[in-house]
Write a protein that binds this ligand. Structure first.
Ligand code: FAD
Length: 454
């Protein structure tokens, strides 16, 4: 719904903010309203580029007075386009990107709009790291709130498990702290429950010492792809603690299957068995795996922003049997074209190292995350591409871990039942109680929503 605000009210908002207001008439408006997914084309009534908690409280207040829907923008990468809304107000955190590191305590404080490039550059200056996302332009807080799977998941666990504190502004303008001593239940909810409870102004993360890794990528083509995929599954099913690994399956321009494996090894073995197994698989056409810095590893995967249309759908799975892999290979030729395709992330190792779950995230005991990623440019192909992603994901469902998907990758059309299944009924109920406490009117609903009540 198009909503036009008077210049007078926008002037008032600007006067109340330390940050800046971007109006529909401004030159930068079009860039500021775009997100990662070009399928999402929304026109907010105003974008408030906030600086600090007082600005965020002002923005919430303005939205309430003018009856505007609210969206929150961190790194702008959510494939559902949750960072922008039609006719509403965007709380844009892109001016808030400072990351401070306490080397001795091994803790980093990241502002709500910091990206992984901001974070990794700051922490690697001290030889420290938090397991984060694999594309450096993604938002640190946005990714962490949904879980966080990346190059160091097997070694250190999920990103959200590393959040040890946060400062939030809730929709009523209150500033709340969450840590082990204060609002510990909210801290639990932030570890997986997404942006449902407030705008995170700053978050505190635990760090580990790490500078170098063995990483890069291995690319296979043609008939060897199946064997390489089976070896990937077998290598990771042994749960090597010092090897995280994800893969992307697609068809190349000649419609021949290709498999990209992206390992990240941090152990002391100069020739680790799992990497040997992968490197000797048939069909290997490219091998860039070598010792390099963690910052270089974070550059192995890149993704263009705002250019392509995306529709992602997937399932966490209990296992990756041959039958499922064959099903994926069978469905791939239809529309699995780079940069889209089918991505598989392993969840072995550290995510499972916990008796009492430290957070709400519901997928840590799954074996893999299988995501079908339709990526295209021509709007005329929307229906076809979306159907391919849906149908291929449906074929994965019989192996689903919980019936839920990864909130960080879900589109906006997922029903609340699927979000609930992602967490499990008990955890979802607990999250709803938190929602009732911190956002009883569901102002923060442009997300994988946890409504205060069903
Ligand atoms: C190219 C690409 C690569 C990715 N790689 C990974 C990966 O390696 N691992 C992984 O786990 N996920 C990955 N993701 C998924 C990503 O983590 C989620 O989409 C996440 O929501 C993106 O956060 P953002 O801040 O960049 O996005 P935005 O679209 O800006 O924000 C998404 C939502 O997160 C919430 N949010 C963001 N910041 C805040 C804040 N400060 N306070 C409160 N709520 C906030 C809001 O609800 C917001 O609407 C990737 C996505 C893309 C597009």
């Amino acid at each position: 719904m198009e909503k036009v605000l008077s210049e007078k009210s926008l002037d008032e908002l600007q006067r109340s903010l330390v940050g800046t207001v971007v109006r529909p008439a401004d030159d930068e408006y079009d860039k500021a309203r775009r997100g990662f997914n070009a399928l999402i084309d929304r026109r907010p009534a105003v974008i408030a580029r906030c600086v600090g908690s007082a600005d965020v409280a002002v923005a919430f207040d303005f939205a309430r007075v003018h009856k505007l829907e609210v969206a929150v923008r961190g790194g702008g990468h959510n494939p559902a386009g949750h960072c922008v809304c039609d006719g509403g107000l965007v709380i844009d955190l892109s001016l808030m990107r400072t990351v401070d590191v306490n080397e001795d305590a091994r803790i980093a404080h990241a502002d709500g709009g910091a990206t992984w490039l901001d974070f990794d550059s700051a922490t690697q200056a001290f030889g420290l790291v938090t397991p984060g996302g694999v594309v450096v332009s993604t938002g640190v807080v946005g990714l962490s709130l949904g879980g966080g799977i990346g190059h160091l998941t097997a070694q250190y666990g999920l990103t959200c498990d590393h959040i040890i504190g946060a400062e939030l502004v809730t929709p009523d303008g209150a500033v709340i702290h969450a840590n082990a001593d204060e609002n510990a239940d909210l801290l639990w909810g932030l570890r997986g429950g997404g942006g449902n409870f407030g705008v995170v102004i700053r978050a505190e993360f635990r760090l580990h010492p790490l500078e170098q890794v063995v990483g890069g990528h291995l690319v296979y083509r043609g008939t060897g792809v199946r064997e390489a995929l089976l070896r990937y599954r077998d290598a990771l099913t042994r749960s090597p603690r010092d090897l995280s690994c994800q893969v992307a399956l697609a068809m190349d321009e000649s419609l021949v299957p290709i498999l990209e494996i992206v390992p990240c090894y941090t152990g002391s073995d100069t020739d680790p068995e799992e990497l040997r197994m992968l490197r000797s698989a048939p069909g290997l056409i490219e091998d860039t795996v070598r010792v390099h810095t963690f910052l270089e590893q974070q550059r192995v995967i890149d993704s263009s922003y705002g250019v392509n249309r995306h529709y992602w759908k997937g399932h966490f799975v209990r296992e990756l049997p041959d039958e499922l892999l064959d099903e994926l290979l069978k469905r791939l030729p239809a529309l699995g074209r780079p940069p889209g395709g089918i991505m598989i992330e392993s969840l072995h190792g550290a995510p499972k190292d916990t008796d009492v779950p430290p957070g709400a995230v519901g997928f840590r005991h799954a074996a893999f995350n299988v995501s079908v990623m339709a990526v295209w440019q021509d709007p005329a192909l929307d229906a076809e591409q979306i159907n391919w992603a849906r149908e291929t994901a449906a074929a994965v469902e019989p192996w689903s871990f919980s019936g839920g998907g990864y909130v960080n990758y879900m589109q906006a059309d997922e029903p609340v039942e699927r979000v609930r299944a992602t967490f499990g009924a008990e955890t979802f109920d607990r999250l709803q109680k938190l929602k009732q406490r911190y956002d009883p009117h569901n102002i923060l609903r442009r997300n994988q929503n946890i409504p205060p009540s069903l």
